[in-house]
Design a protein around this ligand. Structure first.
Ligand SMILES: [Fe+2]
Length: 286
C-alpha cells in the first residue's frame, strides 16, 4: 500500500480513539455505536489491503464525514457547567488537511493552543461565577473570558469549517451559495472581500463570514486577537484563523499564501448547515 495512504489511515484510527476518549469524559455518544464500531473495523481492514481502490477509500471517507457532521450537531447536553468546557475532538485525522495544512501545525494548534483557551476560559468562569464576591479583579477576569472564550468558540467553528477534499465553491443550489450571491453580487466578490479582510488583520486575529439576523444579510468582519473588532449580535458561519500559530511552521511569514491555500479545505456543507440554523433566529430588521 502507498505509504501516504497508510499513514493517513493510521491517523484516522488514532483520531477515532481521541474522539472516544473525549466523548467518554463528556458523557456523550456520537451516534449509533454500531455504525461507529463498523467504521473503525473498516479502517483497520483497509490498512491490511495491498491496493485498496480509490472508490473504497472514498467510501471510507464519506462515512467519516457523516460522523463529522454528527459530532458538531450533537445536542444531547443542555449546557456546559461553569468551568467545565472541554477541547472538542478534531473532526478528522491530524494529517487529513495536508498538503494545505501540515500535521505538525494541526497537532500543535489543536492540542496545545486550543487546549490553552479552554483552560483559560474555565479559569475565568470559575473566578467570575463561582469565587467569593468582591474579588478585586473583575476587569481582569472579564478580559480573560473574552479572550479565551472567543478563542475556544472560534477554534471549535474553525475545525468543523474544514475537511479533507474540501474547497471550491458551495454548490449553487445550497442556501449559503444563493445568499452569498444575493448579498455580495457573486462568489468571487465575496472571496475578494474575505481575502482582503484576512490579509488586513494587524498582528493576530481572524476573518469571518457572519449572518446578521438584525440586517437580514451576510457580512464579513475581521477580529484582532479573538475578540477585538467583534460585530455584535451576529452569528459566525465561516472563520479563518490568521494567527501565526495557524501557519508559521509551514508558510513562514507568507500569510497571503496560507490564505490562498486555505480555500482548498473549506467544508461548505458545514457552512451551509450553520447558515440554515442561524437563519432560524428572527429579529426585527433595523
Ligand atoms: Fe488558532
Amino acid at each position: 500500500m502507498d505509504e501516504k495512504l497508510h499513514a493517513y489511515l493510521r491517523e484516522l484510527l488514532e483520531w477515532t480513539n481521541a474522539v472516544e476518549t473525549s466523548f467518554e469524559t463528556a458523557d456523550r455518544t456520537i451516534g449509533e455505536t454500531e455504525d461507529w464500531e463498523n467504521w473503525k473495523e473498516e479502517i483497520k481492514d483497509m490498512m491490511y489491503k495491498e491496493n485498496p481502490s480509490h472508490e473504497e477509500v472514498q467510501q471510507l471517507e464519506q462515512k467519516g464525514e457523516i460522523f463529522h457532521t454528527r459530532l458538531e450537531q450533537n445536542t444531547s447536553n443542555e449546557s456546559v457547567a461553569v468551568g467545565q468546557h472541554q477541547l472538542p475532538p478534531l473532526p478528522y485525522a491530524y494529517n487529513a488537511l495536508e498538503p494545505y495544512i501540515s500535521e505538525q501545525i494541526m497537532r500543535l494548534h489543536h492540542d496545545s493552543h486550543h487546549q490553552s483557551y479552554v483552560n483559560g476560559l474555565n479559569k475565568a468562569e470559575v473566578n467570575l461565577y463561582q469565587s467569593k464576591p468582591n474579588t478585586p479583579l473583575w476587569k481582569h477576569w472579564f478580559r480573560e473570558q473574552a479572550f479565551h472564550g472567543s478563542g475556544h468558540y472560534l477554534h471549535t467553528i474553525f475545525w468543523f469549517n474544514m475537511k479533507p477534499n474540501g474547497g471550491g465553491e458551495p454548490p449553487k443550489k445550497t442556501d449559503i451559495a444563493k445568499q452569498i450571491t444575493n448579498d455580495f453580487g457573486s462568489f468571487s466578490a465575496f472571496k475578494e472581500i474575505f481575502r482582503k479582510g484576512a490579509e488586513s488583520v494587524e498582528g493576530v486575529g481572524w476573518t469571518m463570514l457572519v449572518w446578521s439576523p438584525r440586517a437580514g444579510r451576510l457580512a464579513i468582519q475581521t477580529l484582532e486577537k479573538h475578540q477585538d473588532f467583534s460585530l455584535g449580535d451576529t452569528i459566525p458561519l465561516l472563520v479563518l484563523d490568521v494567527w501565526e500559530h495557524a501557519y508559521y511552521l509551514q508558510y513562514n511569514n507568507d500569510r497571503k499564501e496560507y490564505i490562498k491555500q486555505w480555500w482548498n479545505v473549506i467544508n461548505w456543507e458545514d457552512v451551509n448547515n450553520r447558515f440554515q440554523t442561524a437563519k432560524q433566529v428572527k429579529w426585527s430588521l433595523f
